[in-house]
Design a binder for this molecule. Structure first.
Ligand code: FAD
Length: 380
């Protein structure tokens, strides 16, 4: 049996950040990552807003960032805005490289790729090949549990990273382009210009249904590129997601093994983003090592998170149960007219009471809700 100070189960975003934070803040720590696939990180591009992470976390996050833009745009019918908020991108490829190297080069650390965890318990993890690993602290970050998240809308998208024959003309990310035809709920395009001729273009829906028609979305993205005057010379890669936007509180245990990342409900219910929250969990866990936080501290962190997440769930309930699908874009247009600090704190899941009032008042449905909508809103 191999022994470590901490075992991070599931080699995705949460475990990767925990490993980096732990090695940065606690040198000499023996960390193990267990990942079912052949490499860490899966197939994602993760982005976060400036203001999502504390200055003290910038240093250990910096090697992960493949590109940081000083500002980003949003566009709605009749309204376009540039937000002077930095926007950074991290790729799964970079996470694999940086986290893998940091853990392997640390003394006593290990990365187990192609290793499925079959039993995750407090103090012990068993792998499919029968190996057993032991550590006083085990974090279970194997991604969302399959099954019905219960009371939920969905953020779903397909993205294509495109090589273009000429420059795309975007200087900064277009994080929400809702000038596209609205269907299947609130719909927008998302464009990340990694280089003048390389752009990630995503077709995103805040929908009542989780189903994703990949072929249709793929074809639609290529058609939209052409319509923007972009001549696509190559599709470099593809990614997709169906993220829950719940309006009920998840039932998550606070007992060890600690549930991290999406599995532990550590995400922003109203945006689907988990990066800022995963950073906070990573820093707190790192500070609590090697002994571990203990159930009481973990429960306290969870209730702090739930106080903010509860507001996000209320917004989901209002959006999905209270506003007709083809009217939903107006909520986001109004939201993006709010003062920049309110928007920044919202994405960081740190809204104060004044922000909440502003957001809710700015999110009133354009038309008065029908009695049926009101009933669904109150009883969902
Ligand atoms: C395509 C995509 C893009 C996203 N973009 C953003 C974004 O821009 N910003 C943002 O904040 N959020 C984003 N999200 C949401 C969220 O941040 C991600 O889903 C994030 O990866 C969740 O982190 P996690 O560590 O909980 O799970 P994951 O990153 O999914 O990691 C879980 C890992 O566990 C592994 N695993 C599962 N079962 C086992 C097992 N039995 N044994 C061993 N390993 C196992 C999986 O293979 C996986 O690698 C995105 C989500 C998707 C799907």
């Amino acid at each position: 049996m191999e022994s470590f100070d901490v075992i991070l189960v599931g080699g995705g975003l949460q475990s990767g950040l925990c490993a980096l934070a732990a090695l940065h803040r606690r040198s000499g720590l023996r960390a193990a990552i267990v990942e079912r696939d052949g490499r860490l990180g899966g197939n994602h591009t993760w982005c976060f807003h400036g203001g999502d992470v504390e200055p003290e976390d910038q240093a250990w996050l910096e090697p992960l960032v493949v590109r940081c833009w000083p500002s980003y745009d949003v566009a709605f019918p009749g309204f376009r805005r540039t937000l002077d908020v930095p926007y950074s991108a991290v790729t799964a490829e970079r996470l694999d490289e940086v986290v893998g190297r940091a853990v392997r080069e640390s003394s006593g650390g290990a990365v187990f790729c192609g290793a499925s965890a079959t039993r995750v318990a407090a103090g012990e993890v068993e792998l499919a090949d029968g190996r057993r690993l032991r550590a006083p602290v085990v974090l279970d970050a194997r991604g969302p549990e399959p099954g019905d998240p219960g009371g939920c809308g969905f953020q779903k998208f397909v993205g294509l990273e495109l090589r273009l024959a000429g420059p795309c003309g975007l200087e900064r990310p277009l994080v929400m382009d809702a000038t596209v035809p609205q269907r299947d709920g609130f719909r927008f395009f998302y464009a990340l210009p990694f280089a003048p001729d390389r752009v990630l273009l995503e077709d995103t829906y805040f929908s009542d249904r989780p189903e994703l028609d990949r072929a249709a979305l793929r074809a639609g993205i290529l058609a939209a590129s052409e319509a923007r005057g972009w001549s696509v010379s190559e599709v470099l890669r593809e990614e997709e997601g169906v993220l829950p936007m719940p309006w009920r509180r998840p039932a998550v245990s606070v007992e060890p093994p600690y549930a991290g990342g999406y599995r532990g409900g550590w995400f922003h219910p109203a945006t689907g983003y988990s990066f800022p929250i995963a950073v906070r969990v990573a820093r707190r866990l790192a500070d609590a090592l090697p002994g571990g936080p203990g159930t009481a501290a973990w429960a306290r962190w969870r209730s702090e998170h739930e106080r903010q997440a509860g507001f996000g769930r209320l917004l989901n309930r209002m959006l999905f149960a209270g506003i007709a699908p083809d009217e939903r874009w107006r909520v986001f247009a109004r939201f993006h007219r709010l003062p920049e600090p309110t928007i920044r704190r919202f994405y960081a899941l740190r809204s104060d009471w004044a922000d909440r009032v502003r957001i809710v008042l700015g999110s009133r449905p354009h038309a008065l809700p029908t009695p049926r909508m009101l009933y669904r809103w109150l009883t969902a």
